[in-house]
Design a protein around this ligand. Structure first.
Ligand code: IPE
Ligand code: IPE
Ligand code: MG
Length: 248
């Protein structure tokens, strides 16, 4: 498969990494084995995204609803974030990757919060690939927190309610300063957003891949990017290539 021509690569790709549990179940392995293999896929896909010239890559690693899982699985997932940062941070930094984590930090263990802070500080000035990890992230909570912060400014008299625009909301989200995702990929055949980037996905192109996340490959990423390049983005306009009457 050939690489896409420069200039047509989506600037921001976001991935809902789904299917680890089913990957493990198919092999009669415990779910954690699927999550472990999923981390290997993260490594491969981060590298491939950089090679494709993608500027921003957001990975959904743990949703605010994933706390509903059995405590052992939650603790395995926390452990894997620790392992990923411990094992991969130096190499990511060497490769010029900037790491940013979005989501609530309140209920995360103190050592994880510290590790996240360390990763963000170390890589702050890197500008090759911007890797955003959504961890303990939920779009509704993110929007609610933004609304709360905006309300406080209004209450304090520093913001006029009439001056609130969609940009005001964007600027108060965890993703402030990050362009909205051009392409959102979900693996494992599920077709829903599961509370991912609800505000930011307004005009994202969605591509659903059948591969379970541990089976997802750079070719799968390239195929999704190719699919994205075939789409016509109209943002509500009529678009030059929109079908007109008589052309079907
Ligand atoms: C994605 O895989 C990883 C997380 C949600 C943390 P799942 O664990 O959801 O795998 P399935 O959907 O049960 O196969
Ligand atoms: C979404 O996957 C969350 C992550 C990939 C981190 P889930 O597996 O939790 O989503 P649902 O429950 O199938 O909607
Ligand atoms: Mg799932």
């Amino acid at each position: 498969m050939s690489d896409p021509a420069p200039g047509t690569v989506p600037r921001h790709v976001a991935i809902i990494m789904d299917g680890n549990g089913r990957w493990a179940a198919k092999r009669h392995l415990p779910r954690v084995a699927g999550h472990r293999q999923g981390v290997e896929t993260v490594r491969v896909i981060v590298r491939a995204a950089g090679e494709l010239g993608i500027e921003y890559l957001t990975l959904y690693g743990f949703s605010s609803e994933n706390w509903k899982r059995p405590p052992e699985e939650v603790s395995d997932l926390m452990g894997l974030l620790r392992l990923f940062i411990r094992r991969d941070l130096a190499e990511l930094h060497q490769n010029g990757v900037q790491v940013r984590v979005i989501g609530e930090r309140d209920h995360l263990d103190a050592d994880i919060v510290a590790m996240i802070g360390e990763a963000e500080t170390l890589t702050r000035d890197n500008n090759r690939l911007k890797l955003i990890i959504a961890f303990n992230y939920g779009g509704q909570t993110e929007i609610t927190s933004a609304v709360r912060r905006i309300a406080r400014k209004v209450q304090a008299g520093s913001l006029d309610p009439e001056a609130i625009t969609p940009e005001t909301v964007s600027d108060h989200l965890d993703t402030a300063g990050v362009p909205d995702p051009d392409l959102i990929i979900r693996t494992s055949g599920e077709m829903r957003l599961s509370n991912f980037l609800l505000w930011q996905s307004a005009y994202s192109e969605l591509v659903f891949a059948d591969d379970l996340w541990p089976d997802f490959t750079p070719d799968g990423l390239r195929a999704a990017v190719d699919e994205f390049r075939r789409r016509s983005r109209r943002y509500g306009g009529s678009g030059s290539d929109a079908p007109t009457l008589g052309e079907g």
